[in-house]
Design a protein around this ligand. Structure first.
Ligand code: GLP
Length: 254
């Protein structure tokens, strides 16, 4: 695992934007695995800037998003489909038909999960998967559990994730209780992984993900098994790792 320590959210976004832009430059028809949440918004802004300056094009790219809330329509402004349009797709030249996201409106979980795995297979797999991390170490919506999940599945969100996501909804009751998410095996299938973290509330998850044992109670710890995983964490998010296991930080940019 390559761990890059940066100053703050803006520097994290800048470094991540450069890595994704490099991927798009060397392979214009690459498959990008994309994530939602507040963490990647700055990275998407960097990509939009690079596109507007004519440095990169997404015309041949394809995308596959990690997850989507269950029972939510793409028109709902809290859906991840809406988030992706709003924060990236509507600002760049990606073709709408080249973007993929689980269909939160399909009530048949088995059918939807099989369909989504098939979509990823047909794309030839993900070249670069962008990830955030939940306060409890979840990736996508792979929550702490007894065992690691495998392929795309329907998951019940934990109380801590529902609490963390309540800030985006008018009230806690409105936060969906289930989601469709790529499984850990699906995520690990990506050629390259880029995980971003910013802020004090991610410090424990970053420390345990990088330095702790690989265990399903800390879903992100499985990324230690990936051959090409890059973590970019800002000062606040890396504080515990820096305190307890500084030797695991490979590059310091701050
Ligand atoms: C959600 C998403 C994750 C994301 C996490 C952290 O639960 N499903 O993909 O990484 O939240 O979100 P944030 O970046 O807002 O801290």
């Amino acid at each position: 695992m390559r761990v890059i320590s940066v100053k703050d959210y803006d520097e994290m976004s800048e470094v991540a934007g450069k890595i994704i832009a490099a991927q798009v430059t060397v392979k214009p028809d690459c498959v990008l695995g994309l994530a939602t949440g507040s963490t990647p918004i700055g990275t998407y802004k960097e990509l939009i800037k690079k596109y507007k300056k004519g440095e990169i094009s997404f015309a041949e790219c394809k995308t596959a998003n990690l997850d989507e809330y269950f029972g939510i329509s793409p028109e709902n402004d809290q859906s991840y489909a809406y988030f992706m349009k709003d924060n990236l797709f509507s600002h760049v030249d990606i073709k709408p038909e080249s973007t993929n996201i689980p269909n939160g409106q399909n009530p048949d979980a088995e059918e939807e999960c099989n369909r989504y795995e098939e979509v990823i297979k047909k794309l030839g797999g993900v070249d670069l998967q962008l990830l955030g991390i939940g306060n409890n170490g979840h990736i996508g919506f792979n929550e702490p559990a007894e065992g690691f999940s495998c392929t795309t599945h329907k998951v019940a969100l934990t109380e801590s994730t529902i609490d963390a996501n309540t800030r985006f909804f008018a009230s806690k009751d409105l936060v969906p209780k289930y989601a469709y998410t790529m499984g850990t095996k699906t995520i690990l299938g990506a050629g390259k992984i880029l995980l971003l973290a910013s802020g004090e509330n991610k410090a424990d998850a970053i420390y345990r993900m990088v330095a702790g044992p690989i265990e399903p109670g800390m879903p992100a710890s499985i990324l230690q098994l990936h051959k090409d995983a890059i973590v970019i964490a800002d000062k606040k998010a890396i504080r515990l790792l820096e305190e307890k296991a500084p030797e695991l930080i490979t590059t310091k940019m701050n």
